[in-house]
Write a protein that binds this ligand. Sequence first.
Ligand SMILES: [Zn+2]
Length: 174
Amino acid sequence: MRHYLFLILFLLTGCHSDPQPEPIQYSVPTEVEPYIQSFRKEAKKRNSQVSTDNLIVTFGSAVSEDICGECLLDNGKTPRITLNSDAFCWQQASQQARECLVFHELGHCLLKRAHKTDKYPNGAYVSLMNPNDVAIYAACLYPIGGDECNKRPRRDYYIDELFDANTPTPVWGK
Ligand SMILES: [Zn+2]
C-alpha cells in the first residue's frame, strides 16, 4: 500500500519542486480557435462546467512523427496541447477530422480523460478517447467503404461519450 501511495504522490507532483502555479492564460492559434469554440458549444449543450479559459495550444515539432497531437498536464501549469501540423494530421485533414483531433486532446487536457481502447461488437471504438483512430466521426478521404465510410451521424454519440463516459451504447454499436 505504501508503495502505491508513493507512486501516486510522485505522479501528481512530477519532478518539479517549484510550488508557484502558472497564471491563467489562453493562447490558441487562429486556425484552431473555431474548434475550441465548437467544444464550448458542445459542452454547454451538455451542461458541462468545463472551462477553456486556461489553455495553450501550439503547432509544434514536440510531437513525434507518428502522432497528431499531445496534451501536457503538469501540476499548477496551464494545460498545453501540441498539434502536429503535417499534411496528414492537419494541412490536408478535413474539418471533421481536425475537430476529432482537437476534441480528443481537450478530452485529455480539460476533461482529464485517459485513453479508452474498448470496442463495440461491430468493431467500432466506444470512445473518441481511443489512441488509434481519432478521426472517428469524420467522413473518409477515399470513400471505398460505401455507407460505412461516412461516420458523421456518430458525432453526437462520440461527443456525448467524451463528456460522459457512461453514455449508453448507441443503436449502431449493438
Ligand atoms: Zn490521446
